[in-house]
Design a protein around this ligand. Structure first.
Ligand code: DX5
Ligand code: ZN
Length: 228
């Protein structure tokens, strides 16, 4: 368990920022191929958006899909973003499915410290996410327990929404409180027009669905997001 975490690309990244395609905008009928294409084009990890129809008004994927991707790509870093009520209930099943990073929301009615402990005990990196309307003060007491903080830059539920620039001030507040081994992730509306402001504000893991899967040149899209 500990071996898996000590090899995490979050704590020992070869270069930053990391680029994480969100597979929500992939062609689900060709998912394995689509994922491999983004990795060959320079993506650092894969971002899986799990939605339960309650925390957000949409249904997407679960542990079985994570497990299938793990079987097909034994070495890929799988970042699972849980937009669900009670993420604690899914820690074990995603750990068994080969998830590397398990991110729950601060708004999701679990004790964040207990969640971080359960995720770490299950051998995964731990993330905590915050929605655009939530006050930054609501997440600050918990961030020291997590390996990654995810600042949502759209209201979660669907890909292809417009970036909410007001969240950048939240990123700046969080960035100055993080240790060097902690990552700051932005998710929602990240693309050619917005990635530079995300990087300048302190984000070092950029998630993008439509900006990558909606492009006909994944490598150019990924290089553009990374900025080099
Ligand atoms: C939104 C999800 C995002 C989403 C991003 O609820 O958490 O990961 O797929 O999509 P784009 O990059 O198209 O905004
Ligand atoms: Zn996401």
């Amino acid at each position: 368990m500990q071996l898996q975490r000590s090899m995490s690309i979050l704590t020992t990244p070869t270069s930053l920022p990391l680029v994480a395609p969100s597979i929500l905008s992939a062609d689900f009928a060709n998912l394995g191929e689509e994922c491999e294409k983004t990795l060959a084009a320079g993506a650092d990890l894969l971002h899986l958006d799990v939605m339960d129809g309650h925390f957000v008004p949409n249904l997407t994927m679960g542990p079985a899909l994570c497990n299938s991707l793990r079987s097909r790509m034994p070495d890929v870093y799988l970042d699972v973003h849980l937009m669900v009520n009670k993420p604690m209930e899914y820690v074990e099943s995603f750990a068994k499915a080969g998830c590397n990073l398990f991110t729950g929301h601060v708004e999701a009615n679990d004790d964040p410290f207990a969640l971080a402990e359960a995720i770490h005990d299950a051998g995964m990196d731990a993330g905590i996410a915050i929605n655009p309307p939530t006050d930054v003060e609501d997440i600050l007491p918990y961030i020291e327990a997590f390996d990654l903080v995810l600042v949502m830059s759209v209201n979660p539920g669907f890909s292809g929404q417009a970036f909410i620039p007001e969240v950048l001030s939240k990123v700046e507040v969080i960035a100055e409180r993080l240790r060097p081994d902690q990552r700051l992730q932005m998710d929602g509306g990240v693309g050619a027009a917005t990635c530079e402001s995300c990087r300048s504000a302190g984000c070092d893991v950029l998630v993008a669905a439509s900006a990558i899967f909606g492009s006909d040149d994944y490598a150019t899209a990924i290089t553009g997001l990374r900025g080099h």
